[in-house]
Design a protein around this ligand. Structure first.
Ligand code: SAM
Length: 179
């Protein structure tokens, strides 16, 4: 079962604008990445086209010519959940969605996975928050966080490090993890 082209064409025409960028959520698209999310957040108007059943008649896809974006190499029954994922990730960059001063420097924003995070209490089940985080020494804390992010990325998603600019000191630190 396929979605008919005239139905999609009519609904597209009811929402289109001169500035609209049209995305077709499709398993055949490029995988969504944080870089793409940031790029889409700069658009003034996004139109998200979702298929269902086996998809959409190819003629209307060719006519609208949307960018195809996938949320991963697996098949879902419809594009609704991928659209929600795209909306959630993009809207974090829209003014007013997150509280002012909220972090946008989470995993992927600088190419690395995030460093480990801790909150109260200072001790949980015999495990303490790393002392450096209680020191109040911001420069040392930043350095510790950057190293932990490198370490986290190295152990969990090594391949991401290929596209990250590391200082000489950080490169040495990375080498020390390999030994
Ligand atoms: C069952 S899928 C159609 C799959 C299509 N026949 C194919 O093999 O490429 C139905 C709809 O779900 C959505 N969809 C399924 N998996 C998706 C994914 N990984 N990313 C984005 N959208 C997906 C798309 O909108 C698609 O048109």
């Amino acid at each position: 079962m396929l979605i008919k082209p005239d139905v999609v064409w009519d609904s597209f025409n009811s929402v289109k604008s001169d500035v609209a960028k049209v995305i077709y959520l499709s398993p055949q698209g490029k995988n969504l990445s944080q870089g793409k999310v940031e790029e889409l957040a700069k658009e003034e108007h996004l139109i998200l086209l979702c298929g269902h059943y086996e998809g959409i008649d190819q003629r209307v896809i060719d006519k609208i010519n949307p960018e195809e974006i996938s949320i991963g190499d697996y098949i879902l029954t419809g594009g609704e959940l991928p659209a929600m994922i795209l909306i959630d990730s993009v809207s974090r960059y829209v003014d007013g969605v997150l509280k002012k001063g909220s972090k946008l420097d989470e995993s992927f924003s600088n190419g690395l996975l995030e460093y480990p995070q801790y909150t109260k209490p200072e001790e949980f089940e015999g495990m303490k928050v790393p002392e450096i985080l209680l020191s109040g020494h911001h420069k040392n804390i930043d350095k510790w966080r950057r190293r932990e992010a490198i370490k986290n990325t190295y152990y969990k998603r090594k391949e991401l490090l290929e596209n990250v600019n590391l200082s000489e000191e950080e490169k040495e630190f990375l080498e020390s993890l390999k030994n």
